[in-house]
Design a protein around this ligand. Sequence first.
Ligand code: 5AD
Ligand code: SF4
Length: 472
Amino acid sequence: MATLEAIEEAKKQREYIQKIKEIITAQDAKRKKPLTACVVTFGCQMNARDSEKIVGVLTEAGYEIIEDEEQADFIIFNTCSIRENANTRLYGHLGNLKKFKRKNPDMRIGLCGCMMQEPHVVEKIKKSYPHVDLIFGTHNLYQFAQVLYESLLSDELVIELMDKNPLIVEDLPSVRKFPFKSGVNITFGCNNFCTFCIVPHVRGREHSREPRDIVNEIRALVKDGVKEVMLLGQNVNSYGNDFKDGFSFADLLREVDQIEGLERIRYMSPHPKDFTREVLEVMRDSKKICHQIHMPLQSGSTSLLKRMNRVYSKEQYLEVVRMIREILPDVSLTTDIIVGFPGETEEDFEDTCDVVREARYDAAYTFIYSPRVGTPAAKFPDQVPADVSKRRFDYLLHLIQTISAKESLRFVGTTQKVLVESVSEQDETLLTGRLDSNLLVHFKGDRSLIGSMVNVTLKESKGFYYFGEIEA
Ligand code: 5AD
Ligand code: SF4
């Protein structure tokens, strides 16, 4: 249950939302048009979910939400710092907004998310981007209303940053991007300290949300039309390690599985070292938990994995893959791989290719190693030259595409449950839906089906997506 302090905090933040509303209503009346806001999200599902909470506060405070950042009176960037190019993109946006702010004196610019937890980033913003109005960190999301209110009353930069783990404040508003599916946080932070990764440095130590709060949130979502939830955490299968009563990720899955009206459950991302047979058995026995597992490999070389602090060997990883396939023969398996980690030799890279060949992923997200300030690997002496990383990256991409194209054929001809998500972006006469495996299928159908579950026969595979026919 939420602590008294967290309940008080939620109440306080709701009061701030009302105070912002008063300011905005007065300004709207003066300007004779509503103030607009735009939320730009970089990075992972966790950030996407955080942005829904930001949109929730802005909507309740009276802003009209728009997509066009240059037209917005308040624009907020929810930032990501996982790789260098995410940082670079933010600076590009900020540079570009300077001239728009000159034209629109009402315009305010806010920054939040992982980059704001990096002290050198905040220093750079203060120095080079004086048109930024407010900054808050990943631990301060629940204080967004307060920070925005303070900023509306001030011409100075308002900064709210905490470096310790925050309260988990429940029951603040959020507006979902999709009415029929939602991310649900189950853990915050990470304790693993993989040597390449900035996340534990910017998101803090892992703590789990109370099972009852998670279940209550999902029940409310289902009541509001949600059919599919994605349980979110940096390392979901260590859920509960910080509880004293032994309640585990498998226990949580069992409880969520009981929720009436919920049709689909996914989770992301599990760590190979924490995978238990019990979790897989719960998945096998459930009608709702999708047989889809995204299990980051990072590297297939045991010695590199050691330097990455991943705490498993090539063989142990492959053992987990075998256990998954034994219990869930129809599983769709995906992964993340980094190439060019410091010290990676041709043999190390070959080990990664071996695992890819044996694990037969349905999809794999490949990244060239990007040194992050403050992580141990950034200081490792034997950084891999860019041309070597690029060559390995291209080779790996081709290998993965060949394997996943072949793997996707195994579902052609089957009829599967599909959650209809939208009209196809490529062809307006088609609908796009998501399969249990998380892959997309395009098929003819009426747009009134959006948000519902239908049966679709997969007719043709295009590698990462299918064309299908809806069952009459
Ligand atoms: N460089 C490249 N890729 C990284 N990832 C995390 N940190 C880095 C980094 N410094 C990748 C990992 C992780 C995914 C979300 O991003 O593969 O699983
Ligand atoms: Fe980063 Fe490793 Fe934690 Fe994933 S498990 S968030 S890669 S430190």
